[in-house]
Design a protein around this ligand. Sequence first.
Ligand code: NAP
Length: 316
Amino acid sequence: MRRWSLIVYQKLAALGGNFFRIEWIFFVALYNFRQLELNPLPRRRLKESQALVTGASSGIGREIALQLATAGAHVLAVARRQNRLDDLVTEFHSLRDSQPKSKTGANDKAGSITPISGDLTIESDRQRWADWCQTNWGGLDILVNNAGSGAIGRFDTSSPERVRKLMEVDFFGPVELTRACLPLLKQRSKTNRPAIVMVGSVLAHRAVPLKSEYCAAKFALRGWAESLRCELAGERIEVLQIDPTTTRSEFLDSLIDTPAGTKSESIGSMSPQRVATLTIQAIERSKRRMVLSVGGRLLLSASRWFPGIVDRILSR
Ligand SMILES: NC(=O)c1ccc[n+]([C@@H]2O[C@H](COP(=O)([O-])OP(=O)(O)OC[C@H]3O[C@@H](n4cnc5c(N)ncnc54)[C@H](OP(=O)(O)O)[C@@H]3O)[C@@H](O)[C@H]2O)c1
């Protein structure tokens, strides 16, 4: 493709003289730069890779765990509800058994899922997960920081506990789990290209009313992740930020400290399967930032160009 763009440039330059030449140098350089930006590295291999996925008992995390294992990865699936993690393993086994087998009778592609329950906000639980990876795998290729919780309601009537609880789950939890896993990821960076994936939100870019604590936590996580990405670049560890919009999951059923009857008005929604598929693609293709829906991207563009109007619409 680059060769073709160069040939076209030469033809046009011959036709049009210096004016065309300067214009085309700019476009060809921009095109090639975009190619480098979009496809900087070869695809990441998921088969046989080892991944820790938080919040794997429901919604997006459950689907990410399932799709990673189906692609051949070995997954440590963590969340508080052990029974839900066990259900995930059962579903994975029946999926794996329904896949075509090779001549030896083995299913060559499928990986595995190991469930370990625990609370992301408790240090000993985070360390237990990291220790398990060290003992059983001797390192870690992919860490998916997906677990999260929300809260709805005005800030002026909320309790100080609400913001603290939310920051524990949505910010301090993933930050400290990453700290515990960094030595494991670094062990793999000599041979592989490990990745840390943050499942953020479109609300990590544009805050909305009645979700001030959640927006603050997601903004904080994105800011921290951006800094970490630059710090770890020299060590071949990638930090990827995936920002879904409204997704059909149990998210709104498990809100923290939300007054009864408070409703969230969310327009449009994606399936957790779709979010997981896009997340896996981002992992394979090393996409550093992804806002997953068209609606989300439109909201962000509108906020950038017409912040006052968007503020007024959201304030109604
Ligand atoms: N749903 C949406 O509309 C939406 C939109 C944008 C971004 N997101 C983000 O996507 C991520 C996944 O959310 P989801 O939609 O899949 O919601 P979900 O179905 O409610 O799943 C949340 C997961 O997080 C786990 N979790 C919550 N608190 C935890 C804790 N203290 N310790 C360990 N695990 C904990 C839950 O497991 P246990 O309860 O078993 O512990 C559950 O597996 C979150 O980070 C969320 O902010 C969601």
